[in-house]
Design a protein around this ligand. Structure first.
Ligand code: ADP
Length: 620
């Protein structure tokens, strides 16, 4: 995630700040030292200059003071002499000169307005101190009027002739303010130069730090791009320094990550491909059972879209929340059977669960595989149904036979009227059972593929005609006397050669014809019709009997299915005739179906594929 670096947090600012701070410290240190040194030097120079002037003045004044001390009367007035010397001497920064004799009497002053103090005792404290201590008094004072700093030097004067005799003192006051002004000026110049230096260093430091942080910024951009999944960029390596090495490491890393990502993507695509094309549904969840992945098949099976499924609870999507808890699944992982609607068709799904576990044993998710077991369940159900049907079908004749045999054993065998009837019934039931078992064996052979067809090229028209003729004879027999059956033929004139197993095909036709008579209790016309189109020949047998309810039309071809169980059984039907017919027709690559109107009659159709007879074949 992109996080904005604040101004004060940036390396750039930090580098600039440190460099400028260092410079300011250095300037401070240098400046303080430099200015103190200069100040000391300038003041020293000033004081030395004043000392030289003082020495010079002393030499000039000395004869006058000596004269004054000797008290000799000459035509030279020492006071006048001193005064004129002082007036001439003043200037060049000297603000006041005063000379006193050894009794502190003012001998002269350069201040023309103060001429009246000549001949009087000086009230200057420094002069007094110098006279009394006969020593030099150097002092800096502040002018009370102008507030300027003054350098005051009071020096005792000794006689050169009379050794060591104290003659008086000279006071020299000069303006030292100019020196301080000079220092201020120098300080100001220094400050200005420092300011310029700081500004320049700011610019320079900025440039330096930018040069330093540029590769870092580029690395930052590059790593962000890598994090966002863009591995196309390459960092420029500016040199062999640490940053250069880091840049090439990032480039290597980018390549590695790109490669790893590519292989992860390929793996994911492969996994997705496998999941998408799997015939089983796969649903993956997190450890709390929330769906995170669902393949197309599972979406179809559960009838929901990926968007709707993601994030949903697996158990509620499978609608088994009430039967099983997530904990049970995590602990036992037992398969579940689920009733679902796959594209509107009711389906039975078997859900198998497995856990996704880390090495530590931590369960990070569940994988649920959904397998469509509708067909399997249907077959299983049919098998159960079949076994139950067979048992039932065998039990009924056996029970009735048993009761007849019991009756015979109880004495009915002696009854000349009952005995043959009872024996007849048991014989019929036995025949029916044998027929049924034969039928079952036949079906079983077909189911196991052991019933191979004995194919021959047969003229179907001829064969059908033959069957119909046989039935025509049959209905004229005594058994059907009184019932008005008629057989009508609507056959093709030409021969139709079809490759069939004649015995089996006759068995099918017999069965349909038998049914037509059996289920037409009041007689009626039975029509045998034959049509052909391009590649198929269709045989239809219609009756005018009781017909079949619409709901049962598709079921009559199932094993043991009978519309009217009691009637069928009474007629000696096993409920297997049509099932066998269907199998046989399908074995021939054909189809069988029925059309019926309840109470009006039924038509059975069977279509068989055939290769049309070709002219050229005649010559072969
Ligand atoms: P069954 O031995 O009981 O006749 P089939 O398999 O031959 O067994 O026929 C199955 C059921 O189909 C019969 O029990 C009957 O109810 C119905 N059926 C078959 N043919 C006809 C028909 N022509 N008219 C009415 N119902 C028929």
């Amino acid at each position: 995630m992109k996080k904005k670096i604040r101004f004060y947090q940036s390396i750039n600012t930090k580098i600039v700040f440190v460099i400028v701070l260092l410079l300011v410290f250095a300037l401070q240190l240098i400046g303080a030292n430099f200015i103190t040194q200069i100040e000391r030097q300038l003041i020293n120079n000033f004081q030395e200059d004043r000392q030289v002037q003082m020495d010079f003045l002393e030499t000039a004044i000395l004869p006058s003071l000596e004269l004054e001390a000797s008290g000799e009367e000459t035509d030279v007035d020492p006071v006048e002499e001193i005064n004129s010397l002082l007036t001439e001497f003043s200037g060049s920064g000297i603000t006041e000169l005063q000379v006193v004799n050894e009794d502190l009497v003012v001998m002269g002053t350069s201040d023309t307005t103060q001429q009246n103090i000549i001949g009087q005792l000086s009230d200057d404290l420094d002069l007094r101190q110098a006279v009394f201590s006969e020593s030099t008094v150097p002092r800096q004072v502040i002018d009370p009027v102008t507030n300027n700093r003054r350098w005051k030097l009071v020096e005792p004067v000794y006689s050169t002739t009379d050794e060591g005799q104290f003659l008086g003192a000279i006071l020299m006051e000069s303006n030292i303010e100019s020196v301080y002004n000079q220092i201020s000026q120098i300080t100001w110049i220094f400050l200005q130069a420092s300011g310029v230096a700081i500004i320049l260093s700011l610019i320079l430091a900025n440039m330096v730090s930018r040069a330093l942080t540029k590769p870092i910024k580029e690395m930052q951009i590059q790593t962000r791009q890598i994090a966002e999944g863009d591995y196309s960029g390459t960092l420029k390596v500016y040199g062999e320094d640490e940053l250069g090495q880091l840049a090439s490491l990032i480039n290597d890393l980018s390549d590695d990550v790109a490669e790893a990502q590519e292989s992860i993507d390929a793996e994911r695509r492969r996994l997705n491909g496998v999941l998408t094309h799997m015939t089983d549904g796969v649903v993956g969840t997190d450890r709390r059972g929330k769906i995170i992945i669902i393949n197309d098949m599972a979406q179809n099976m559960l009838g929901l879209k990926e968007k709707a499924a993601i994030g949903e609870n697996l158990l509620s999507v499978l609608a088994v929340e009430e039967e099983v808890s997530l904990r049970t699944i995590l602990e036992e992982q037992e398969d579940l059977l689920i009733n679902a609607h796959c594209g509107g068709v009711p389906t039975i799904l078997r859900a198998s669960f497995s856990l996704i576990q880390r090495e530590s044993g931590f369960i990070s998710g569940i994988v649920c595989v959904l397998h469509d077991v509708t067909e399997q369940e249907r077959i299983d159900e049919e098998r159960k149904q079949f076994v139950s049907n067979v048992s039932h079908e065998l039990r009924t004749p056996l029970t009735s036979m048993r009761s007849y045999i019991e009756a015979l054993a109880d004495g009915a065998w002696e009854d000349p009227e009952l005995a043959p009837r009872f024996l007849d019934v048991t014989q019929n039931e036995t025949d029916r059972m044998i027929r049924m078992i034969e039928d079952l064996l036949h079906l079983s052979r077909i189911d196991s593929g052991k019933s191979a067809l004995d194919l021959e090229i047969v003229d179907m028209s001829d064969m059908f005609d033959h069957v119909l003729n046989r039935f025509e004879m049959l209905i004229q027999s005594t058994e059907y006397q009184g019932k008005n059956y008629q057989i009508k033929k609507d056959l093709l004139k030409d021969a139709i050669f079809v490759e069939v197993d004649p015995d089996r095909m006759i068995q099918v036709l017999d069965n349909i014809m038998n049914n037509a008579i059996k289920y037409s209790p009041d007689g009626g016309t039975i029509t045998g019709r034959m049509t052909k189109n391009e590649n198929t020949v269709v045989i239809s047998i219609s009756d005018e009997g009781m017909g079949i309810p619409k709901a049962d039309l598709n079921k009559i071809f199932s094993r043991f299915y009978r519309v009217d169980r009691a009637r069928s059984r009474a007629m000696g039907g096993s409920g297997l005739g049509l099932a066998i017919s269907k199998e046989v027709v399908e074995q021939h690559g054909g189809q069988i179906w029925a059309e019926s109107k309840e109470g009006q009659g039924t038509t059975f159709n069977l279509s068989l594929p055939y290769v049309p007879f070709e002219e050229e074949d005649e010559w072969l």
